[in-house]
Design a protein around this ligand. Structure first.
Ligand code: DSN
Length: 427
């Protein structure tokens, strides 16, 4: 693992479950084995350092601390205040923001809090269409954001698969939204946040940037930061940022502080998970290290190598390549659906996820695309030459999709390959 905080303590945090609850211990062990044996290519997943996982098990779990440092609804919060202030300072430094709220439990919660702060029920919001790479919490009809707000969507250009800022500006003028959301869960190109800023200002909308997927790239300076341009930035902390499963909110305008903090508590959350804030503060520290920048550079280089090899093999890559940590395969010209491809690859110990593509004729449960990300395999130490091997594994699996015996043999080959890159060797 490319972590800078080596631990001398090789005990797994769930070791004591061995005596306390053997069933749970066995499940933790099975999951560790699964993660070690396969190839993890889900773009939103990563392997947090063992130090971060271990940091989650701490006594702050016992503490209620509604409110903010020095303004709590419970006594006994003096140490908790110190912890939360430390985490806030680290988040601000890492992302060069003036303010941070480290309490969101997840990216979805951070988006709920930001929308609660910036819009009233039934206000209009404008975001990237889910089928074009958006996110459920950006206005989907099946999510609170589509139930409580009038959601409108912009898309990517049909031919290029790339955001067309002139069309987004025209759409914003027509819709006149209260909030414009920029950010994606399946978009492989750089997002121009400055352009989104100008579009938002022109129509008098707030700009909310959800940078969950690219937060690690932004922290490392290998993707432009939304902080100079957005009214509020939300993110998860466990994707490219490689921290614990959690959320974060950042902003620069002091006038929004009360609203945004209240959007988190009491707006959408109760007591913060202070034990997770310990692990978040640790991940922010790790992300300031020079080796983290190297890791993010390699993550992008690996995604580019993967895209190039897919194209060389004749598989269609949406947008023709990538600028970030993920590649979108367009399977619409093949006999495969995204769902079928996901299942075939899983039988060869390769984890990806099916994904809608622009103009998809199939439903979100079937889809015509597959999303493939490099953060986790890069954490394992893989580089460009391994990406060529992985693209070949994927192509061989798809070519032999109906040959169960072949897929069993391929699975063993994939597992032997993965074993060359030990995961959590300290455990
Ligand atoms: N579920 C995440 C993803 O896979 O992109 C987003 O929340």
């Amino acid at each position: 693992m490319t972590t800078d905080l080596k631990t001398e303590n090789t005990a797994k945090p769930w070791q004591r479950l061995h005596e306390a609850d053997h069933e749970l211990y066995a499940l933790c062990e099975q999951e560790l084995t699964r993660q070690r044996q396969g190839l993890e290519l889900i773009a939103s997943e990563n392997f947090a350092p063992s130090t971060v996982i271990t940091a989650l098990a701490n006594v702050f779990m016992n503490k209620y601390a509604e409110g903010l440092p020095a303004k709590r609804y419970y006594g006994g919060c003096s140490v908790t205040d110190d912890l939360e202030c430390l985490a806030i300072e680290r988040a601000k430094k890492l992302f060069n923001s003036s303010y941070a709220n480290v309490q969101p439990h997840s990216g979805a919660q951070a988006n709920a809090a930001a929308l609660m702060a910036l819009a009233s029920p039934n206000d209009k919001i404008l975001a990237l269409d889910l089928a074009h790479g958006g996110h459920l919490t950006h206005g989907s009809a099946v999510n609170f954001s589509g139930r409580f707000y009038q959601s409108h969507f912009y898309g990517v250009c049909d031919r290029s698969g790339i955001l067309d800022y002139e069309r987004i500006a025209a759409c914003a003028k027509e819709v006149q939204p209260q909030v414009i959301i920029a950010g994606a869960s399946a978009y492989s190109r750089c997002i121009d946040f400055q352009k989104f800023h100008h579009i938002s200002k022109e129509v008098g909308a707030y700009l909310l940037v959800d940078m969950a997927h690219i937060a690690g790239l932004v922290a490392a300076g290998v993707h432009p930061s939304p902080l100079p341009w957005a009214d509020v930035v939300t993110t998860t902390t466990h994707k490219t940022l490689r921290g614990p499963r959690s959320g974060l909110m950042l902003w620069n305008n002091a006038d929004l502080s009360t609203k945004l903090n209240k959007g988190v508590f009491p707006g959408t959350q109760g007591g913060p998970m202070q034990h997770v804030i310990v692990a978040k503060a640790l991940c922010f520290k790790e992300a300031m290290h020079s080796s983290f920048v190297e890791y993010q550079r390699q993550t992008i280089a690996n995604a580019k190598a993967l895209a190039a090899e897919f194209e060389r093999q004749g598989l269609a890559v949406l947008t023709g390549g990538t600028d970030n940590h993920l590649v979108l395969l367009d399977l619409s010209a093949t006999k495969f659906s995204g769902k079928f491809a996901e299942q075939v690859l899983e039988s060869a110990a390769i984890s990806v996820n099916k994904n809608m593509i622009p103009g998809d004729k199939r439903s979100p449960m079937i889809t015509s695309g597959v999303r493939i990300g490099t953060p986790a395999v890069t954490t394992r130490g893989m580089r460009e030459q391994e990406m060529v091997t992985i693209a070949t594994f994927i192509q061989r699996a798809l070519e032999n999709a109906n040959n169960a015996d072949y897929l069993v043999v391929l699975k063993h080959e994939v597992e032997a390959f993965a074993a060359n890159f030990p995961l959590y060797p300290e455990w």
